[in-house]
Design a protein around this ligand. Sequence first.
Ligand SMILES: [Zn+2]
Length: 295
Amino acid sequence: MGLFIDKCIVCGELSAIYDKYASSYLSLPSSVRVKKCSCGMRWLYPIPDEEDYINIYSNQYYNHDMLGKGSYNKMIKYKYTWFNLRIDHLAKKYPNHRSILDIGAATGEFIKIAKDKGYAAEGIELSEYACKEALAKNNVFLYNGTIDNYLKCNPNRLFDIVHMGHVFEHFANPDETLNSISSLLNENGILVIEVPNQFNSLEDLIRLYLIKDKIQFTSMSLHHPYFYSKSGLLALVQRHGFQVDHITTNPNGRYLNNIGYNKIILRNLFRFAELALGMGPYIELYAIKHNDHLI
Ligand SMILES: [Zn+2]
């Protein structure tokens, strides 16, 4: 078990401390803890190495109860709704951007919807199982492998939009990942990232500091090496020469299948508080690639 990262990838500070609340919430073994920088960025310490991640992303990943609240298949209907909304939003905002690469395409739903809306869309997916499911269920062919393998096989492929939905937080080397993504985008291409607002959302703050909640430890407790804050994600992509065009913690359509908070009044009050405080459950970012790439 792996990489002991002392320097914050966002601000470069070396003074990060252990976050006992986040470590306790994840029920981490004593050999792993969550570190937190004064800038708000958190990460696993140490970050699992490549071999650990191969075990975590075995084929079981897609059969597993990923959120502990329903099977992967049950999530698909919900995904369809907000994927549709996101693609419509992108089409309205960037009408001349007509090709999309979906990285971490899972079982191909985002690509299927994009294609149905007239986009030229391709996907990369690490799990062979998910690639087979994408073909069988959605008639979508995905490249099975890493971004770097894809780049080697397709050295001249460029896209108008690169999309990553709940994928970026899984990468152990975000700087390298952003460099690779940049090389896949046309000039003025759009990077679209959604990550959980983990440990920063209103709900998570209540779980961490008030309820002192704990989730059961599984191999998936280690599947996010980095926990991004809104300001951290923004600073990171800016450092890679992107201009942030849109960032929110309340992406469109994400409350249509709200989990928990069954009482409608309570749920809406909670949602209002999240909106008012800018502390929603997910961070959605659109950023434009420019020439002045700094790294
Ligand atoms: Zn920092």
